[in-house]
Design a protein around this ligand. Structure first.
Ligand SMILES: *Cc1c(COP(=O)(O)O)cnc(C)c1O
Length: 377
């Protein structure tokens, strides 16, 4: 059964056979021309996922998980002893603020409850009141809840106030719209193993070419320095050892993305799958966490655990049926579950998933334990 498990967690994703096979290509030295060519092709491909980005932004390839790319972006672009406004409405926004603080920088929090949109008024107020703010930083798709944050509105505010925007697009790059020309984007950070359908091990930052050319790194880490990596990669070299098999997988995944119609086609596919899950669960009386009529991001949706339905048995029953779902984080762990639709996943898989969920919920209702509990209330 393990062989055919479908991963409905928000990365790593179920790989297609061709991407998995790419990882068994012959070994490469990261200092030989074959790897230089591979790295160049990947960087070029990443700037073309959103074609308009290629004119203004460069892709810097990093070895690490998505967090390493976010930390490299924030650490290098926000100046030492700099101040940034962080829009927080989930755990990933909190993580960015924590990174800044560890780097000795000031994170000005524009907070809203995790089930609410970004507080634009709070961002505007901080930009008006605080001196020396160099950046606004936000998460695009807040994977904590499945909310796709409104970066068109936030980007317009940043443009008006002439403050560059840095974005954690780890769980949206390749699957959701990103407007490089309109959102005042200095940089976005993302990873191979979410919407791009590559393997875990490599991540990247797409940063403005003019900002990279300026230099002046704010990095407080030798390894997580965007400018160091960029300088080497511009010379078709690499600062440190890259995760070669994960690079092979990413290059194949980018090819597959382009052949399939690019990010727009992938977005439509995700949306169709997420809406099917949403309607199927609504028919079973399972409600979304957010107050929404349809999934907010196309990538992941959070649902409230039905009364009397604990997460562990639901998870285990679905795993036996061939699916890995995802728990909520922190206080949400006891109240929600999450379904992501990235990776090698078809509508037929979703129909099977809905059948398995229905089976679990019905079996639970018919069990004497639960029936007794219901009669007692
Ligand atoms: C997955 C994710 C990350 C990074 O997670 P890693 O485990 O480091 O890959 C960062 N931000 C968001 C929004 C994510 O969904």
């Amino acid at each position: 059964m393990t062989e055919s498990l479908k991963l409905l967690n928000p990365g790593p994703v179920t790989l297609t056979a061709r991407v998995r096979a790419a990882m068994t290509r012959p070994d490469l030295c990261h200092r030989e021309p074959e790897f230089e060519a591979l790295q160049f092709e990947i960087r070029d491909g990443l700037t073309r996922v959103y074609p308009e980005a290629a004119a203004t932004h460069t892709a810097v390839l990093l070895t690490g998980s998505g967090t390493s790319a976010v930390e490299t972006m924030v650490g290098s672009l926000v100046p030492r002893s700099g101040r940034a406004v962080v829009a927080v409405n989930g755990f990933y926004g909190e993580r960015i603020a924590a990174m800044l603080e560890l780097q000795g920088k000031t994170a000005l929090h524009a907070r809203s409850p995790f089930d609410r949109p970004i507080d634009l008024n709070a961002v505007a107020r901080l930009l008006g009141e605080e001196q020396g703010v160099t950046h606004v930083i936000a998460v695009h798709h807040e994977t904590t809840t499945g909310r796709l944050n409104d970066l068109a509105a936030l980007g317009a505010l940043c443009r008006e106030r002439r403050v560059p925007l840095l974005v954690d697009a780890v769980s949206s790059f390749g699957g959701e719209p990103i407007e490089f020309a309109d959102w005042n984007l200095e940089a976005v950070a993302s990873v191979a193993n979410k919407c791009l359908h590559g393997a875990p091990g490599v991540a990247f930052v797409l940063a403005r070419k003019d900002r990279l050319a300026e230099g002046a790194s704010g990095a407080t880490s030798l390894y997580l320095d965007l400018f160091r990596h960029d300088a080497e990669q511009q010379k078709r070299s690499t600062a440190f050892t890259q995760a070669v098999p994960a690079c092979q997988a990413l290059s194949e995944a980018l090819r597959e993305l382009n052949e399939g119609g690019g990010w727009r086609a992938r977005h439509r596919h995700y949306r169709a799958l997420s809406e099917r899950v949403f309607r199927g669960l609504a028919a079973l009386g399972v409600q979304p966490l957010l107050d929404i009529e349809e999934p907010s991001s196309s990538v992941l949706t959070s649902y409230r655990l039905p009364a009397g339905c604990a997460y562990p048995p639901l998870h285990d029953a679905l795993k036996r049926a061939g699916f890995v779902i995802y728990a909520g984080q922190g206080a949400l762990a006891a109240t929600i579950f999450r379904i992501a639709v990235m990776g090698d996943l078809s509508m037929a898989d979703i129909e099977r998933l809905l059948g398995a969920i229905e089976h679990h919920l019905v079996a639970r209702e018919m069990s004497p334990h639960v029936a007794g509990a219901t009669a007692a209330t």
